[in-house]
Design a protein. Structure first.
Length: 397
């Protein structure tokens, strides 16, 4: 029951910012309907993908043109799917591929195209991912947590913002196991700003960083303001002070308040609650042990390398020293985030950004734990808060 999260940027299995939605879409079809939907696989890749989808999604049949998300798919299943694709076809696809290739037919075409030798140089990789590209309003740019490698967990919230709100994600590439150090946060922020301005040369800009992406979003806002650009909205979700605790006294006070809360919470559980908690911990340990096998792997990196990469991520965060931001920041936190429960606001490291925002700040508390903010029904509340703060956004020119 350590207070230390398993990564500085998000909790495992969310090391790459993954989230599992609580329910499939209401548009999902029944097994009987799926039997007749679409045609039979027309090639080997479609046949293999069909078997994988049935296995991973736990369904008896699937049509070639059925939507991955409508069938209950989510980012954790996506990781396993793309791991199989890489092992079988040697094609390394990012999770964001699911935004454009959500059916077996579409995915097979992507694999076929990616497997062909290029007669010319392929297009350079871009961190900009269209999540919901249509709409007349200025776009919202999302920076994910974890290692910053996927914005797929933001799909549900993005759609809840409405069809007139464009949403783009800014992704980083998965750190290589042999990288000595990760890309520094200011350097990543500068790169993302360049990519964003190549698509949208001038403001107003709307930025939202979740967990470790909050550091990048904050630094992007600083660089945009320094360049004379307008940042109309800066939102930071569940992102802690990178140097927490900054003093011995604050560390002692924080630890004491957490200890009191944890003891009370443990007692409050009662015998049945403690037994349930113990069972969950045993299951978590068993799942992690099983994940060592490649066929069960649920992360883009081998399990034995995760701790090493996490250590680099911790060093990278600790080296980041944010400065006073001249604008306003909206800080969004989870009401039940385990790591920060029982701590008074003056000691909550997630509110550090309020102190750095010379233009003022607002704090919004949303029900749920760290990852629960991206799941229904909390995702509906999060989307409403975002729309409220972006409600006065002028239409794009």
């Amino acid at each position: 029951m350590s207070d230390r999260p398993e990564t500085p940027l998000g909790n495992k299995p969310s090391a790459v910012g993954l989230a599992e939605p609580p329910r499939p879409s209401s548009t999902a079809t029944s097994p009987a309907e799926r039997t007749s939907s679409g045609t039979k696989p027309s090639n080997d890749i479609e046949a293999v993908l069909t078997r994988w989808w049935q296995d991973l999604l736990g369904i008896d049949s699937v049509g070639l043109d059925e939507d991955f998300f409508d069938l209950g798919g989510h980012s954790l299943i996506g990781v396993q799917l793309f791991s199989r694709i890489k092992q079988t076809y040697g094609v390394d696809l990012g999770l964001s591929t699911l935004f454009d290739a959500r059916t077996i037919r579409q995915m097979a075409e992507v694999i076929t195209l990616a497997s062909k030798p290029f007669s010319t140089e392929p297009e350079p990789w871009s961190p900009v991912v269209p999540i919901q590209p249509s709409g007349s309003r200025p776009p919202l740019y999302l920076i994910p947590g974890g290692y910053g490698t996927t914005v797929l967990p933001f799909r549900e919230v993005s759609l809840l913002l409405g069809p007139d709100q464009p949403v783009y994600g800014l992704e980083a590439q998965m750190p290589a196991p042999n990288e000595e150090e990760m890309e520094p946060i200011p350097m990543r922020a500068a790169r993302f700003v360049d990519e964003m301005r190549a698509r949208q040369p001038n403001g107003p800009y709307y930025l939202l960083g979740w967990c470790g992406g909050g550091y990048v979003a904050f630094e992007m806002a600083q660089k945009l303001v320094a360049a004379g650009q307008e940042v109309a909205f800066l939102g930071i979700i569940e992102c802690a002070d990178p140097q927490h605790p900054r003093t011995w006294w604050r560390g002692m006070s924080y630890g004491a308040q957490r200890a009191v809360w944890r003891i009370r919470n443990f007692i409050k559980r009662g015998p049945k609650g403690v037994a349930r908690w113990a069972g969950e911990r045993v299951g978590l340990i068993s799942n992690r042990a099983g994940a060592v096998k490649p066929e069960n792997q649920a992360t883009p990196l081998p399990i034995e390398l995760m701790d090493e990469v996490d250590a680099r991520a911790w060093r990278n965060v600790y080296r980041y020293h944010p400065t006073i931001y001249p604008g306003k920041t909206v800080v969004i936190i989870g009401e039940e985030s385990w790591k920060y429960s029982g701590v008074v606001r003056s000691l909550d490291p997630r509110l550090y950004w309020c102190k750095l925002s010379a233009g003022g700040s607002e704090v919004k508390v949303i029900p749920g734990d760290h990852m629960d903010l991206l799941k229904a029904p909390n995702s509906d509340i999060l989307a409403r808060e975002l729309k409220l703060h972006m409600g006065k956004v002028p239409t794009a020119k």
